[in-house]
Design a protein. Structure first.
Length: 171
């Protein structure tokens, strides 16, 4: 079956979702360095009549979206507390991108440790932008997706009849 129209439309839905994500990040002042929103990419792959749309972004987008647990109470079943200590290297990169001015002789390593400790103790509040953006894009594109699917099915039927011109008599 031809999937030209539906493939194009699915890419459009993915790009609309990416646009909604970028708008959310900007409107909610979540994207101080602009790194996350400028690195949201849509990829479409078609294989064996299956269309796969993926939206890729930097790994920390997951933590922006879902938040991060603080240390929380001790869990007697798993013998663990909530989230672990965040990676200092990532925090140092974030400080450099932001940029945060370090006053009073505070070193980058110290500032990163203090920010990491705060995240470890209190966590990060979630800012759900991924699923809500995808759902909104699908809802806003529903009619166009159905139209594209209808076009592809119609084209496939028409192509089938013009290619296979033989008609068999039945008894």
């Amino acid at each position: 079956m031809s999937t030209k129209h539906i493939e194009e439309q699915m890419k459009d839905v993915g790009e609309l979702a990416a646009t909604y994500m970028q708008t959310y990040l900007k409107d909610n002042d979540v994207n101080s360095s602009n790194n996350l929103s400028s690195n949201i990419d849509v990829k479409v792959k078609e294989s064996n009549d299956i269309i796969d749309v993926s939206i890729e972004m930097p790994e920390y987008g997951k933590f922006v979206d879902e938040g991060r647990k603080g240390k929380g109470p001790y869990d007697r079943k798993t013998y663990k507390r909530g989230g672990g200590f965040p990676p200092i290297k990532a925090i140092k990169e974030w400080i450099k991108e932001k940029p945060i001015s370090l006053k009073g002789g505070v070193k980058l390593e110290t500032a990163a440790f203090l920010i990491g400790r705060k995240i470890y103790e209190e966590g990060i509040k979630p800012k759900p932008f991924i699923q809500t953006s995808i759902e909104r894009a699908i809802e806003d594109s529903e009619d166009a997706v159905y139209d594209a699917l209808e076009n592809d099915i119609g084209f496939t039927i028409e192509e089938s009849f013009t290619t296979n011109k033989t008609v068999k008599k039945t008894k």
